[in-house]
Design a protein around this ligand. Structure first.
Ligand SMILES: Cc1ncc(COP(=O)(O)O)c(C=O)c1O
Length: 374
């Protein structure tokens, strides 16, 4: 079966993970600090903290805003469940809005109808790695949380997506452009917010007793009496994950080139099939990360089943959140998200695809078009 998403790891990732076990240091440790420094340098992000998942990074990001309990946060409905769950878990209420049917990204005009005094923040998602047009959204003057789970390597007007607004997050889960197995990152333009995040991620304690002992130059402290600055859950990343991430950072440009080449091939092939709506390119001055390739087609369900029968797994990211039974009580109509739910399909795009895989996918979709007279 050809999978729809995927990452690629090699001997360096394996060696880094194994060396953590050989050194008997698997939990939080030096690799995390090295990964944070290397990630910051590679993407030109001054303030960055690694955590154990993108979902937890989102919860941290919402928490860092220190909003009054019960605040409303606008979230595009076309996104992953963690976005709304982070809002709920932090004691607030997600207000779902529509997205642009072409870019699948949230826009200023999607937000406007939902603005009222109880709305205290906006969450945006750089869908597939295409940058959201942030400036008009920032102009509302509310704090903006940037979900850049798809957008490691993406830029907006020359700046790294995720690191542009008040607070942003990355995901390094097993299918992302840069994987650490499971993992995430939190970034902010405010240095103090990232420092706070580094304390919060360890149950609000920050330094371990061991680190405190090593830092005890005068030899007078009781390092075992930890200082809890705020109550918080544990989100520590592991030395193993960070070791994998260090090797991924070394190969990220090569991984991106593979994704870009497949994207370009799809664009040229599907661009010739007038029944297939292809995803948009990044605007000039922006950079795409090519995380996923989402087409819009008639007879979408039939195409997905046709491909599955031929061993090609596809999916839809995302089933709009406002249509989920958990949230349905909100009774809101979001026509673009609902249309995407009917005709959008993510087809395989990742660095483990061979050229035979990619040709097979294109040929099968062509064949489907012919069989169905599209
Ligand atoms: C848009 C978006 N946000 C957040 C996340 C959560 O990231 P993680 O899987 O690392 O928890 C994902 C994961 O797929 C995602 O796609």
């Amino acid at each position: 079966m050809i999978s729809v998403f995927g990452s690629l790891v090699g001997n360096e990732e394996i060696a880094n993970a194994v060396s953590c076990m050989k050194n008997q240091w698997m939990g939080f440790g030096g690799n995390v600090i090295k990964f944070e420094q290397a990630f910051s340098k590679k993407f030109n992000i001054p303030h960055f903290a690694m955590v154990d998942s993108g979902s937890n990074a989102l919860f941290m990001a919402v928490s860092l805003l220190d909003l009054p309990r019960g605040s409303e946060i606008i979230v595009p409905s076309f996104t992953w469940v963690s976005c709304a769950q982070a809002v709920l878990m932090a004691g607030h209420k997600p207000i779902f809005c529509d997205v642009d049917p072409i870019t699948m990204n949230i826009r200023r005009e999607d937000i406007e109808p939902f603005l009222k005094s109880s709305v205290k923040a906006i969450m945006v998602i750089h869908y597939a790695g295409l940058a959201v047009d942030l400036d008009p959204i920032a102009a509302f003057g509310l704090p903006v949380i940037e979900d850049a789970a798809h957008a490691v390597c993406s830029t907006y007007k020359g700046k790294p997506c995720g690191a542009i607004t008040d607070v942003g997050i990355y995901s390094f889960d097993a299918i992302k452009n840069l994987t650490t197995g499971e993992g995430g990152g939190l970034v902010s333009r405010h240095a103090a917010w990232v420092e706070r995040a580094k304390t919060l991620r360890y149950c609000g304690i920050g330094k371990s007793g061991f680190e405190a002992a090593l830092a005890d130059a005068k030899g007078e402290s009781r390092w075992w009496e930890y200082n809890i600055s705020e109550p918080f859950i544990k989100m520590l990343p592991t030395n193993i994950a960070a070791g994998i991430g260090l090797a991924q950072l070394d190969r990220i440009d090569a991984l991106q080139a593979i994704r870009r080449d497949i994207w370009r091939y799809y664009q040229s092939e599907f661009g010739r099939m007038n029944w297939v709506t292809t995803p948009p390119e990044a605007k000039s001055g922006d950079k795409h990360s090519y995380f996923t390739y989402c087409i819009r087609v008639p007879r979408r369900d039939k195409l997905a089943h046709f491909l599955l029968e031929k061993e090609v797994y596809t999916t839809l990211r995302y089933h709009p959140l406002h249509m989920n039974p958990l949230y349905r009580q909100m009774d809101v109509r979001l026509p673009h998200c609902e249309a995407l739910n009917e005709d959008a399909l993510n087809i395989p795009l990742h660095p483990r695809l061979s050229s035979d895989d990619v040709n097979k996918i294109v040929d099968l979709i062509k064949e489907f078009g012919k069989i169905n007279s599209l």
